[in-house]
Ligand binder design. Sequence first.
Ligand SMILES: NC(=O)c1ccc[n+]([C@@H]2O[C@H](COP(=O)([O-])OP(=O)(O)OC[C@H]3O[C@@H](n4cnc5c(N)ncnc54)[C@H](O)[C@@H]3O)[C@@H](O)[C@H]2O)c1
Length: 305
Amino acid sequence: MPATDADVVGVVGAGQIGRSVAHAFAERSPVVLVDRDPAAVDDAIAAIRRAHMGRVLRGATTVSLDTVMGNLRCATGIRELGKATLMIENITESPDDKLELHRELHRVAAAEAVIAANTSAVPLAFLAGAHGDRTDRLLGLHFMMPVVEIRCLELIRHPATSPAALTATRDVLERHGLSAVEVGDAPGFVSNRLLMLLVNEAAAVVREGVAGAREVDAVLQGCFGHRLGPLATADLIGLDTVVRSLQVLQRFGDPVKYAPDAALLDLVAAGRLGRKSGIGFFAYGAGASPPTTHRSESDQGAHSR
Ligand SMILES: NC(=O)c1ccc[n+]([C@@H]2O[C@H](COP(=O)([O-])OP(=O)(O)OC[C@H]3O[C@@H](n4cnc5c(N)ncnc54)[C@H](O)[C@@H]3O)[C@@H](O)[C@H]2O)c1
């Protein structure tokens, strides 16, 4: 189903995932990308341009770079989002900052707009406090990176989310080649309730010297068929975001089970945030030996990351 003229997607937060979300929607629809930090906006434009040129060169898309960049409008104030029919919030994983921003989104959103939170772990029940009597239009969209390649996401339903908002959102996702698995509201939903435990324990294995990062990932890739190992996945997400997600899971879930491992805290304190800083569990960039992507025989031809 092609995208319609009616789809205008607002994306707030132009960091790691926000820019990737904006890229995926801008392949087919007008997108307004907002971040309060002008440097993040500039970085995002450059990153989307690079990522899309790569896709064109690999033959992964027939959508031209001009189309994507022509669909993208960037701003630093959220009033620019006024016309969006779907607003996707992707700001830093801080529950209190998100709550504040959701209050603003509630004020600027058109009556018919759907407001989505893209969060690793913050429950919608917490954000619902910002939406007054309009919790019917609040839901969660938990995307995976890079969104143009990992086209599956979690669609999170709050008890008050209306069937109309769910249907409208599913339709927009489908028009953009994205498919959602619908789940209920809980800290970390399904994906990060599980993934964050795996990443945290993998970090502990490395800290204890049981195995190196490469070996830990090789076990999960080779023996269990994971496309990317847990530590390379953590580097891709951003180790600061991983730690914040664990802390959110502690706050809204179990403070003991989700306590971030010292290895993660030490890497973040040292500024080793993963791909975005050039080094995390693995090193990236010229001369480095980054983690490999595992593709099983049955996986040949499928997408990879
Ligand atoms: N990184 C991932 O793979 C991933 C995947 C799915 C979901 N998430 C979730 O998405 C959210 C963003 O993650 P990220 O990795 O992109 O973080 P990030 O730190 O890379 O980017 C966050 C961006 O939000 C901006 N921001 C912060 N407060 C703002 C405000 N009030 N108004 C406008 N912009 C604001 C910052 O300037 C920054 O550019 C988090 O909640 C995270 O848990 C991340």
